[in-house]
Design a protein around this ligand. Structure first.
Ligand code: ADP
Ligand code: ASP
Ligand code: MG
Length: 414
């Protein structure tokens, strides 16, 4: 018997009718003879609504422990309703919270990492012939025994991690688009669906803002060899397979363009240019769990230098609170915050062996009159920071110059 893990995102379970359609699909998978585990997200915008309710009642920084308990309730509503819908269809189903399903995490509220999975109850229910439904996006801390959440988009990670622990045959991620595209189809209508994308490329795309998969889910997939099928819950067409590089038949140089508008840029002015200062700045930020992304240090003048970096916009106040006393200590000049930035990234495994990709990207941005504020690269990625107002123009320009779209004949990069 095959083990199939299916994950349904917020839009796919957005209202009662959609929930019923998911139940039909799950029943069909079960009746086809598969052991079926279903991971559900909160319905529609429930998580956003809970976040804003918490902000209204608890201020900007409500107690993290309580916020996590609140947010996990969204997925619990979905799991119980889906179990009921399956019972209505004559299918035995049991729902479990993340904690009951054995999703063990560290104690970092709001972005906990899974450290272990003990799916004894899930396996037992599967062996008893039940469809198992698991609330996504949540676990329980090994140390504090408190309920944690896995970060926005975390239900993807619940699904892939469970698929790894159960040695499932496939992990299907059902969402509101047909698969992984060469760019966010909401911004680039001509974006093309990819048939196969490698773990490495998907990791870069996800890390750079293509929110169709949470980055940690791809890490799990790669580390445990889970085949991930990203597809639409509104059709039965084949989506995109995420797997090892050798699964790719098409040898494209570029796989896609990702964008991220969730970061801010912070510049520390007038830092003394001597060994140990940067180490101190970034150690203190790391100790406070601030995820720093792109870092650029300027040429120094008169023994002083500026360092700019990007970070999640929500962490800006925390970073400023850390940096201000530190700046007093090292006699720095101040901190500038620019919340209106966006990051645009070009990703493709073929970059390793093809020179001129960055130059072509920068020329396209220049032709579109988009100014580049920061640049960073990896072996398979080039990222730039631009003004937030320019993000759509920038994504479209880069997507077009590499001929990634469905309507592109000229200049195609594969
Ligand atoms: P779900 O609620 O199903 O988890 P998400 O909203 O988290 O769905 O992710 C799906 C969305 O990701 C799509 O609606 C799409 O706008 C966005 N997206 C961004 N980049 C891409 C991409 N390269 N390919 C497909 N979708 C993308
Ligand atoms: N409901 C959570 C969120 O909106 C988790 C998820 O959907 O994956 O981020
Ligand atoms: Mg998602």
């Amino acid at each position: 018997m095959a083990i199939v893990v299916q994950k349904y995102g917020g839009t796919s379970v957005g209202d009662v009718d959609r929930m019923k359609r998911v139940a039909d699909r799950v029943s069909r998978t079960h009746r086809d003879g598969n052991q079926t585990v279903v991971v559900v997200s909160a319905m529609g915008k429930t998580t956003d609504d809970l976040v804003s309710m918490a902000a209204d009642i608890g201020g900007e920084q409500p107690p993290q422990r309580e916020l996590d308990i609140l947010l996990t309730s969204g997925e619990r509503i979905s799991m119980a309703l889906l179990a009921m819908a399956l019972h209505e269809r004559g299918v035995q189903a049991k729902s479990f919270t993340g904690s009951q399903a054995g999703i063990i995490t560290d104690a970092v509220h709001g972005k906990a990492r899974i450290v272990d999975i003990t799916p004894g109850r899930v396996q037992e229910a599967l062996d008893g012939g039940y469809v198992v439904i698991v609330a996504g996006f949540q676990g329980v801390s090994q140390d504090t025994k408190d309920i944690t959440t896995l970060g926005r988009g975390g239900s993807d990670t619940t699904a892939v991690a469970l698929a790894a622990a159960l040695d499932a045959d496939v992990c299907e991620i059902y969402t509101d688009v047909d698969g992984v595209f060469t760019a966010d189809p909401r911004i680039v209508p001509t974006a093309r669906k990819l048939d196969v994308v490698s773990y490495e490329e998907m990791l870069e795309l996800a890390a750079q803002g293509a929110k169709v998969l949470q980055v940690r889910s791809v890490e799990f997939g790669r580390n445990h060899g889970v085949r991930i099928h990203v597809r639409s819950s509104f059709s039965y067409t084949t989506g995109t397979w995420v797997g090892p590089e050798e699964d790719k038949v098409e040898d494209a140089i570029i796989s896609g363009v990702a964008h991220d508008t969730s970061e801010a840029k912070l510049t520390i002015l007038g830092l003394p240019d001597r060994p140990g200062v940067a180490a101190r700045v970034f150690t203190e930020l790391a100790d406070a769990n601030v995820n720093v992304d792109m870092i650029v240090q300027n040429v120094s003048a008169d023994g002083r230098t500026d360092i700019s970096f990007t970070l999640p916009r929500g962490d800006t106040a925390k970073a400023q609170a850390i940096l201000e006393p530190l700046l007093d200590d090292v006699d720095g000049a101040g901190v500038l915050v620019d919340p209106d930035v966006a990051k645009v990234s070009l990703v493709g495994a073929g970059m390793k062996t093809n020179p001129g990709i960055a130059a072509k990207m920068f020329s396209a941005l220049s032709a579109a009159d988009v100014n580049i504020e920061m640049i960073s690269t990896s072996t398979i990625r080039v990222s730039v920071v631009v003004a937030k107002d320019d993000v759509e123009t920038a994504v479209q320009a880069v997507h077009a110059v590499f001929g990634l779209g469905d309507d592109a004949d000229e200049g195609r990069s594969h």
